[in-house]
Design a protein around this ligand. Structure first.
Ligand code: F6P
Length: 365
């Protein structure tokens, strides 16, 4: 089914930024202009810019020389939901549905389709717009790698590379001072970054939300290493790691955000708990937003380029309201309706967990 009616598209980046966003923007815009002869608009700051009617035309030159650039030239926001838009009043935050205004902003410019580059929150909103008749195509972004339907999201590989480099560096100082060093990585409710960076960096203990840990097991493990002459240990902990029967450590809440909880603090909690039980000298390093910055790895640049190109080709073939995915070794797409409200966590029977356990890595159980 050919989609001859698409003459103009808009592209936006939503949610937390991540390496590779600009590579996708470049691929979408260049494919749209070069291959499909379309007009292209860029929406500033994600759904917030759509709500506030901030759109600009994008030319070929606007997206030239951005392949290797971190962040997003369009800007992003993770607090604006057009269907539940928070605004301040004298009585505190109030909410309203401004989705019709957003659709009007697109119609006024004769924009036929919207390419949404984002994570689960962005896709949930995109699915709501699709229900209202908008033609939407999603591209899966997030360092957390937790988007349902795709085996990988762009940004993840770069975040893992950054976290692995940090673990490598921590190794030498941990060894010099005979310390337990805990490296806390991001990932929200999924342990993908911790698992991959932990394995790649040779962490002795990997703690992920999917496998609640037992503190005595972690302590026994580092003490056993000490008694074997290994006088230091490296623990890679996902920000969502939690003890068995306990809860995740919440750093703060962001008022008005569709997903207000921000995790963080497990690294310092573990340092204090392990020191209290073992007497070993412990330090925590919280990598935080460093994992979201910098130039994308070659893997993420190529993945992002493939995703952006596939998104445009599918749209022009008449596919709509889908998320582009990389599944079982090939690029395809799935309905946004199937993605909305779901996340992809690390399965307990994951091959990498089995491999890590086989080489002696502890998961604290
Ligand atoms: O989803 C990406 C992510 O970096 C998570 O890993 C982290 O929990 C969260 O965003 C942090 O959000 P913010 O940038 O709002 O602090």
């Amino acid at each position: 089914m050919a989609a001859k009616h698409i003459r103009s598209i808009a592209v936006m980046t939503g949610g937390g930024d991540c390496p590779g966003l600009n590579a996708v923007i470049r691929a979408v815009v260049k494919t749209a202009i070069n291959k499909h002869k379309l007009d292209v608009w860029g929406i500033q700051d994600g759904y917030l810019g759509l709500i506030e009617n901030r759109l600009d035309r994008l030319s070929y030159n606007d997206v030239s020389n951005i392949l290797t650039l971190g962040g997003t030239i369009l800007g992003t926001s993770n607090i604006a939901n057009p269907f539940h838009y928070a605004y301040k009043t004298g009585r505190g935050l109030q909410y309203k549905d401004v989705s019709d205004d957003c659709i009007k902003a697109l119609q006024e410019r004769q924009i036929d389709a919207l390419v949404c580059i984002g994570g689960d929150g962005t896709m949930a909103t995109a699915a709501q717009f699709a229900k209202k008749g908008l033609t939407v195509m999603g591209v899966p972004k997030t360092i957390d790698n937790d988007l349902y339907g795709t085996d990988v999201t762009f940004g993840f590989n770069t975040a893992v590379t950054t976290a692995t480099e940090a673990i490598d560096k921590v190794h030498t100082t941990a060894s010099s001072h005979h310390r337990v060093m805990i490296v806390e990585v991001m990932g929200r409710y999924a342990g993908w970054i911790a698992l991959h960076a932990g394995v790649a960096g040779g962490a002795d203990v990997i703690l992920i939300p999917e496998i609640p840990y037992e503190l005595p097991r972690v302590c026994d493990y580092v003490l056993a290493r000490s008694s074997r002459g290994k006088r230091f240990s490296i623990i890679c902990a996902a920000e969502g790691a939690k003890p068995k029967g306990g809860s995740m450590v919440v750093s703060h809440r962001v008022a008005g955000s569709p997903d207000p909880i921000r995790l963080g603090g497990i690294g310092n909690k573990l340092a204090s708990d392990i020191n209290g039980k073992t007497g070993l000298d412990c330090r925590a390093v919280v990598l935080g937003h460093v994992q979201r910055g910098g130039t994308p790895t070659p893997y993420d640049r190529t993945l992002a380029t493939n995703f952006g190109h596939t998104a445009m080709d599918l749209l022009m073939k008449g596919v709509k309201n889908h998320l582009v995915v990389f599944k079982d070794g090939r690029f395809s797409s799935i309905s946004l309706g199937r993605v909305a409200g779901r996340t992809r966590t690390v399965p307990k029977n994951c091959g990498l967990i089995r491999a890590a356990m086989a080489v002696g890595t502890s998961f604290g159980v």
